[in-house]
Design a protein around this ligand. Structure first.
Ligand code: SF4
Ligand code: SF4
Length: 711
């Protein structure tokens, strides 16, 4: 069985719908709190830029790391560097000494190195002291968010878990549950003599460790006899102020709050010089503070795999998880321990190997780019995962086990389309000499032929002189799934476009459009590539009825109506635009295709056109730059069809929430997937913008305009 199929079957059994629903509700809470508090943040974008700058100057700055180490040591910290997980675990074990119980607070590094299971194997009881982490520890599950580890569990799930684990009935009342976990943790805090924490930042100038927390547990954990801090070498910041700027941002993005309840700044052991100004250390606990600085492949990535070095700028806010389509369809199975979501999969793949990366979800990402948009430091995990997919296919052993990927590629190579022998609608009668070429793309040729027919009909009715060519696949899907496309295919298409006299090329698929535009940057073709709605808005005026524009008038009734009868025929020349006589009561919403919106920065073409027609446009919760993926991209539709449909369902649900009657989009692949997200009893109609205009003309809601001629 191929690696992808095995993973797909396993995930289908493992992923629980109810947990995903809980997680989505919790994520929504965070988003709502972010929105509520946004106005109280001075300038979020400026803070993000500042943190990005600080991270780019600090991560991989070995002088800064050395300075931090010597300052920490000067402050009586014991600093030990660990090259990998094994070494780090062994160091912790040695530092724990004879103790058999340790209390611990949240630490992604301890998850990354598998510390808890290692210590348990060595006979040490490890107790998490963060409420969420303690609950998760009882279930043996993976945390679902960095700061909300149990957010996939409802109060009812938690009551059951606690009742079973604490051997007493705990009611599903959050206050009672909280109290029960607190008492459980407190009993261990009293006894433990070793406390382990993570670190959110280490500052080089002061030699201090900053730990952010809300529950107050960190202060208790670090006041044991020995405090062990696990941190990675990318956690160093130049100064306290820099770390504080990052912590404010992290807090806001992780929880929506403006400031955490606590930031513990540990500048060494407790000390006093109150007697004769002589300096004494260790007045109160801890007697010693040990900082373990983990490398675990980071130095190699920063020095030898520079294309991936941005992955280490992560501040651990988890903002990329909240809306990630895959994370919302699969949960924490998309990621590795302590490294969740796309960025986590990418980093874990580099650390532990590609096979493990595939198990963590290397091929589950739709490559939608949303994480790059919302990440405060601009980590575009989708891009990194695409690069890693490419590396995965370079290993013959892995290649042999990626049947779905290799089959897809072979099919494209053999048939010139990912749909292989499936029938293609070639629209042969339309091929002739013309300056305008309509490039349909494989989805339109094979599985979404109806919107293509509608687009063709619209162009014909508008009297546009256009042609089609014998297309071959642009191979964008190959790039998405890990192998390189063959530029020769694009060249062949371009040759054919030029042969028929083409100057402007119109696209129905933004992925194809982007592929041609990228090619054009490298090898200028002299052709103009654009999507069909942009072409329409350039050529025609979309305007409310002509009260404001007396130089235009609608076509007279008789002539206009006659075009709707019988076979479509070319309108006579002279049409200059479209108008709508009255406001259509239908509510329309617009889905920005990832490759058109984030990919080509094109958001307003269709919207402007709809505005001109006075369409009642309701934006979904996620739109423009933060639009959600339809679930088709990155090979997910082919490799993991159920999850692809779930992603589409989530998107359609957003359209339902704004009470849309029509969900418009300008990508045939999106249209195809979004249709699958409409439940059988659902009323929403999924259409492309050209289809919507055509339908409007047919029903008389949209009228063509022509220049007023002197009578
Ligand atoms: S990748 Fe970006 S958004 Fe995601 S946790 Fe890291 S910093 Fe936050
Ligand atoms: S590219 Fe999209 S699917 Fe992939 S990790 Fe980022 S948000 Fe998630």
């Amino acid at each position: 069985m191929s690696l992808i199929q095995k993973q797909y079957e396993d995930l289908r059994k493992r992923v629980k719908k109810s947990e995903l629903e809980n997680q989505r509700r919790a994520f929504q809470e965070t988003r709502n709190r972010q929105k509520e508090n946004l106005a109280s943040i001075d300038d979020l974008e400026k803070i993000k830029e500042e943190v990005k700058r600080i991270r780019s100057e600090s991560v991989g700055n070995w002088d800064l790391l050395q300075k931090a180490i010597s300052r920490l040591e000067g402050n009586q910290f014991k600093v030990i560097e660990a090259k990998d997980s094994k070494e780090a675990c062994e160091i912790v074990l040695k530092e724990i000494g004879e103790e058999k119980l340790v209390v611990k607070s949240k630490s992604n590094i301890s998850k990354e190195i598998g510390l808890t299971s290692f210590l348990i194997q060595h006979g040490i009881k490890v107790i998490e002291t963060d409420i969420g982490d303690r609950i998760i520890q009882m279930t043996g599950q993976r945390a679902s968010h960095y700061t909300g580890p149990a957010c996939h569990l409802s109060r009812y799930d938690i009551a059951q878990i606690l009742s079973k684990h604490l051997k007493k009935e705990i009611p599903p009342i959050p206050e009672d549950e909280m109290e029960a976990v607190k008492q459980d943790i407190a009993s261990y805090l009293k006894k433990a003599r070793v406390g382990i924490t993570g670190a959110n930042a280490i500052t080089a100038k002061e030699g201090a460790v900053l730990i952010l927390h809300n529950e107050g547990n960190v202060t208790r954990v670090r006041m044991r006899k020995k405090h062990i801090i696990t941190a990675s070498i990318d956690k160093v910041y130049p100064r306290l102020e820099d770390a504080m700027t990052m912590l404010r941002l992290e807090t806001y993005l992780a929880t929506g709050a403006l400031f955490p309840a606590f930031i513990d700044i540990v500048g060494g052991r407790s000390k006093s010089s109150d007697i004769e100004k002589k300096l004494f250390y260790g007045i109160y606990e801890p007697e010693s503070v040990v900082v373990i600085l983990l490398d675990n492949g980071r130095r190699r990535i920063l020095e030898d795999e520079k294309d991936f070095s941005d992955l280490l700028s992560c501040i651990g806010c988890g903002n990329c998880l909240l809306d990630c389509p895959t994370y919302n369809a699969i949960g924490s199975s998309f990621g590795a321990d302590g490294m969740l979501g796309g960025r986590g999969v990418a980093l874990a793949s580099l650390q532990r190997g590609i096979r493990e990366g595939i198990e963590d979800g290397l091929f589950l990402c739709t490559t939608c780019g949303l994480c790059g948009e919302v990440c405060p430091v601009g980590i575009d995990a989708g891009k990194r995962l695409k690069d890693l997919r490419r590396s995965s296919l370079q290993s013959p052993e892995i290649y042999a086990q990626l049947n779905e990927v290799t089959q897809l590629q072979n099919t494209i190579d053999q048939y010139g389309t990912p749909y292989g022998e499936m029938a293609r609608t070639e629209f042969s009668s339309l091929k002739r000499h013309s300056p305008v070429v309509l490039y349909i793309g494989c989805v339109g040729m094979s599985i979404e032929t109806e919107p293509v027919s509608h687009a063709i009909e619209l162009l014909q009715r508008l009297g546009i002189d256009f042609t089609l060519i014998d297309e071959v696949c642009c191979e964008a899907v190959k790039e998405e799934t890990g192998s390189s496309s063959n530029p020769e295919r694009i060249r062949m298409n371009i040759e054919k476009m030029k042969e028929v006299g083409g100057r402007e090329v119109l696209f129905l698929c933004p992925t194809c459009l982007k592929t041609f535009l990228d090619y054009d940057k490298e090898h200028p073709t002299g052709l103009f590539f654009k999507n069909l709605p942009s072409f329409l808005s350039e050529k025609f005026l979309f305007t409310p009825y002509n009260h404001e524009n007396p130089s235009l008038q609608t076509e007279d009734e008789g002539n206009f109506k006659s075009i709707d009868k019988g076979k479509p025929r070319t309108l006579r020349q002279g049409y200059t635009g479209f108008t709508s006589m009255e406001i259509d009561p239908t509510t329309v919403t617009y889905h920005d295709p990832c490759h058109l919106g984030r990919g080509l920065e094109s958001f307003d073409g269709a919207r402007e056109l709809l505005k001109g027609l006075r369409v009642k446009l309701a934006e979904m919760e996620h739109h423009h730059r933060e639009s959600l993926c339809c679930g088709a991209g990155g090979g997910v539709r082919g490799f993991y069809p159920k999850f692809s449909r779930d992603i589409a369902r989530r998107r359609v649900r957003e359209a339902e929430e704004v009470k849309a009657d029509i969900l418009l989009t300008d990508c045939l692949s999106c249209k195809h997937n979004l249709k699958q997200g409409v439940p059988w009893e659902g009323k929403i109609k999924v259409m492309t913008t050209p289809e919507y205009i055509l339908k409007g003309i047919e029903t008389g809601k949209i009228m063509c305009l022509r220049k007023k001629t002197a009578s």
